[in-house]
Design a protein. Sequence first.
Length: 342
Amino acid sequence: MPLTPAALRPLVDTYLALHPEDRPALTGLLALLSDDSGERFLAARTTLPGHVTCGAVVIDRARRVLHIGHRSSGLTLTPGGHAEEADASLLAVAVREVREETGLPASRLCLTPYALDAPFDIDVHAIDARPEKGEPAHEHYDFRFLFYLTDDAPPALALQEEEVTGATWLPFPEIRSTTLRAKLLAAERELDGTPQPLNASLLLHDGHGRYLLHLRDMREGIREPGAFALLGGGREPGDDGPEATLRRELGEEVPGLVPTGLSPYEDQYETSPDGLSVPVRVYEGRWSGPAESVDLREGVLVHWFAPEDLDRLRLTPGLAELIRRHAAGRDGATGRCTRARC
């Protein structure tokens, strides 16, 4: 996604719907977004009198936010910086900046149900002129995205020493940015730093050893395109937990398919296109209708498979092992579950 006005307007509109009080502060950004051509690269350093930057708000289990010291400014800030033409999205910029400045790979971060992939805060701050670089005074419109650590405790960091002087974890009340501190404190009860399911999947079986799998489209933006996967998908604003996510996704993908005995089976991690960890709750359920009767609205097809068929299929990572674990916990003759959690 090029970082143009046309691409960023929906993001800013969504943000202002949640934070209408920020509109006066974002006047300069809104002026940039009014570009009729819709093709201007808003993150370029030459875009003046201001341009878009990105930051990462990384929260640990103790409700503390990662900050680093910047050599150039002498300030202690959250990781962040400028976008590059090759960056696919603002979220990808934030992930890259965390990795470059602190050494934290995307795999040790996950999004939060509170903000998902939308900016948690958009801050405006003035940047002094730097005549030695030919840069006049200007403004940064800093899009800040929210992440949790996947680790129970902060891991060791590998700081970018030529730009970063040190790192510290600050409690919410000690955050320097007034806009960020206010939003964190307002949401403090919900931001406990513990990863929560962001996706929900359905391990659907017929009680006789077969599993219904969904063949995904070969399209850009589809995770594991062209692979067989479980039904389900990602959490959206308004979903009240992972089961609500799953039921909404089933209604969108296969309306009319209503499983019985729906219950949590296990939690696992997948990987997003940006390399982030994605906490997933897998549910199991039972249904025994013919696959050809399913009113499929997304993807290519659904089909019943037995565990012995899996080696002949292209599957999403870990799916074969998941199905075999589930099958091993059932009585092969009767289809009855032999484990308490089934």
